[in-house]
Write a protein of this length. Structure first.
Length: 365
């Protein structure tokens, strides 16, 4: 399924076209980076959940009433002692009783008919109300089902969107892997162009082996020559020369090594100082107070006094040529890789100064 959920996409990896010219080493060594993206997990909270169905249902109202039936008491006319005894008088109670019964039966029939009519009317109203409530319930139920249908459509769309999102990320990863496979296939084709046959490959490998042997011999010779040059440089004496001007009345010039731009030494015996007076043959320089940080240059007369005297440089400054010679305390040394004889790897070779190996510790007595 496509990212928009409408069209399927088929991805194929075609064979690369062989290179016209043999691939360069840089092209063959170039790594093809495949960035795989992990799709985020589907979050159920992002999918719309249908709301509960609320079906409206009204209670059925009781509309039936039961009317009472009135039954009157039956009466008759009793005989009196003053009544004449004849058929009429004898039948008089019976007739009155019959009339009373007929009257009560008629009234009872009317009362029963009225009650049944009321019940019939109430039942009709009750049935109509039930039918109305059932119709309302049906309508509410259909509306709820319609709402549920829309909610389920929205929920399905949300689920489809999440599935398409993850499928899209996976499709991108598949395309990236396909690109990597195509790049590897291209490099394989390039190697096939370079090495057409096994014999050709073997000849090339043999030629490379000869070149490696030649390079190894050249490498060792060059290292030996460089080592000799560095050893000579390490044994050379460094000379530092500088002109200074003594302008003190005492004829003394304090030469401070760091301030004059010279290196410092661990001992006063690590350097040698010579100094001469420039353009003044009747003066000479004496070295005094030689220490780690410097020394004093004392200018005295030469050939003018029985006992040489300090030369006053406050009126006419005296130029001095100072020369400091020393051997370097830090020897030049380098560690370079050299190919092994079996060409299986390299060994680290030290050229220049090599520190003497420490003597093994003597075992305790």
């Amino acid at each position: 399924m496509a990212l928009d959920g409408t069209t399927d996409i088929d991805t194929t990896v075609s064979d690369p076209t062989p290179l016209g010219d043999p691939a360069t080493q840089a092209e063959l060594d170039a790594a093809h980076t495949i960035n795989i993206t992990s799709p985020a997990a589907m979050d159920a909270s992002s999918v719309e959940v249908p709301a509960d169905i609320d079906v409206g249902l009204s209670a059925v109202e009781n509309k039936i009433t039961v009317p009472g039936v009135n039954a009157g008491s039956v009466s008759y006319t009793p005989l009196s002692t003053i009544d004449e005894i004849n058929n009429i008088s004898l039948n008089k109670p019976t007739e009155s009783l019959k009339e009373s019964i007929n009257t009560k039966l008629t009234a009872l029939a009317q009362s029963v008919t009225s009650a049944v009519g009321t019940v019939n009317s109430d039942m009709t109203a009750q049935v109509s109300d039930i039918n109305t409530k059932l119709g309302d319930f049906k309508t509410s139920l259909n509306d709820s089902f319609a709402s549920l249908k829309q909610s389920e459509i929205a929920q399905n769309d949300g689920i489809a969107s999440e599935i398409n999102r993850i499928a899209g990320t996976l499709l991108q990863n598949i395309n990236r892997v396909a690109e990597g496979v195509a790049d590897a296939q291209t490099k394989i084709s390039a190697l096939n162009d370079v090495y057409d046959t096994d014999a050709d490959a073997a000849a090339r490998i043999a030629h490379i082996g000869e070149m490696i042997d030649t390079l190894r011999g050249t490498d060792l010779s060059a290292l030996q020559a460089i080592d000799g040059v560095i050893d000579k440089v390490n044994n050379l004496t460094r000379i530092y020369q500088k002109e200074v001007e003594m302008n003190a009345a005492t004829g003394r010039y304090n030469y401070n090594l760091p301030l004059e731009g010279n290196p410092t030494f661990e001992s006063a015996d690590d350097y040698v100082v010579t100094a001469n007076v420039i353009n003044n043959q009747q003066s000479q320089v004496f070295i005094e107070n030689k220490g780690l940080d410097g020394f004093d240059l004392l200018v005295k007369s030469y050939g003018r006094h029985y006992v040489p005297q300090p030369v006053d440089g406050s009126t006419t400054p005296v130029k001095l040529a100072v020369s400091i010679s020393y051997s370097p305390t830090v020897k030049l040394t380098y560690v370079v890789p050299a190919m092994q004889a079996d060409q299986s790897g390299t060994d680290d070779v030290t050229v220049g100064y090599e520190a003497p190996a420490e003597a093994p510790a003597e075992p305790p007595a």
